[in-house]
Ligand binder design. Sequence first.
Ligand code: AAO
Length: 494
Amino acid sequence: QWDPHVLENRQAMVHLFEWKYPDVAKECEDFLAPKGYGGVQVSPSSECVAVYQGQVQRPWWERYQPVSYKISSRSGDEGSFRDMVARCNDVGVRIYTDVVLNHMTGDHPAGTPTTGDSYFDSGAESYPGVPYSAFDFNDANCHTASGSIEDYSDAEQVRNCKLSGMKDLNQGKDYVREMIMEYLNRLISYGVAGFRVDASKHMWPGDLEAIFSQLDDLSTDYFPAGTRPFVVFEVIEGEWESIKAIDYAGIGRVTEFKYGRELGHSFRGFNQLKWLRNIGEDWGMLPRHESLVFIDNHDNQRTESNGVLTFRVDKWYKMATAFMLGFPYGFTRVMSSYYWDQYFEGGRDINDWTGPPQDTSFDIISPSFNPDGSCANGWICEHRWREIYNMVAFRNVVHGTDLNDWWDNGNNQIAFCRGNRGFVAINNEGADLKETLQTCLAEGTYCDVISGSKTEAGSCTGKSVQVDSSGYGYIEILNSEYDGALAIHMDSKL
Ligand code: AAO
């Protein structure tokens, strides 16, 4: 349940946030497989509430309020979901579905529309599309005055009370477990490789273990017999809270939020890059084989945009991503976003609800692509930025090696090797980096995959590095350059 079941030479996944399933399928074929991405996290597929609340018209977050486990959302229906899974698997790209199992909807007036054909009555806690009724919820087990979580330091409340007022399912009940397992097994039968389990912190590890240990093995249409589903539990470990990410690591991987936050902190200049040498377990993070890491996710790119790095600070973002993809810690997830206009009031972006690019009938608009492969019409597609997809290839090439030959200037210029297969340098100093460094690579000329790419004809569209017979090469990253990193590897040899 820790293994993402990617192909051996594909060691990163991408979160195609709010993409439609036919677009994901096409992206697997046209871009992800050729560039070496191993898998895709897709937004929740279950039927959910369709939110129209004043200014807030079809926010992205409606998908975190399910009304049933039918596959029916703005990303597509059951048919398009199945087609996507098949087409991605056919080109060796895995699909991981975001699943919302902790709760159903918040309070909505009677007659509120859904993304499918199910009716629901939040007041009566009636969700006939599953079906769930009031008996299936945790109300009797929650003892706060409001019925919602009031104190995050109290694990009992966090798990038995409502998260943001949403009806909290009791996963301790056999019936609820059965409904959830039927849903997850259905997704498995279609060929998904695993799940991102939303709001896991708000469910008891024992209940999750009961559910996830009894699920079917993955479909033998695509995986060897006896393969267990990959599971990543979303747990945001709060410094002052009693619930720890490690509490969930015994049943699957866990999101390691500290990693992206620490990188944000470092690249923004609050901590010298030289300290990153041993980021990971030594910094109190999860064991690397149990953690999923990312620079930002769909939540904190909205709520912590002064802390974590996002596409809006692109130079730092690409440097931090290069570090993450170059560094041997955790299974890596690349975020792929869409653009929205921020508007801050009282320190909060009041537009943070804004949904994906959509037409006047609120249907999601497919991304379009510029001649250079980048996305247009509102989609950011960080995963299509050269500096990022070339570092995914780097990670694939160096997979199986550890870190060696770390160098730093005592401050914000760093470099390191991955075995004798790859070398990365990063300059976040207010000054040029001009050093002759050990690259650990065989003698030859290498194409820097950050400033350019190695072409099919074998030339380089960016800078190149000359490596001598003892592995040394002259490395230059000027402060004025567009990108603050440089990376070369075995396969970028010219
Ligand atoms: C919407 C409306 C609400 C309304 C509700 C019901 O916005 O006003 O009441 O509907 O009608 C998303 C949106 C929500 C939305 C919801 C449902 O974000 O705004 O509510 O869909 O439509 C906690 C959870 C974590 C959760 C996160 C957002 O633990 O699981 O909140 N993430 C997932 C999804 C997310 C989704 C849901 C769950 C719900 O990724 O998209 O919500 O399905 C602290 C706590 C964390 C807590 C955060 C944020 O974290 O520790 O547990 O996460 O605060 O509240 C430091 C601290 C750390 C702190 C962090 C804050 O670093 O160390 O402790 O900063 O960023």
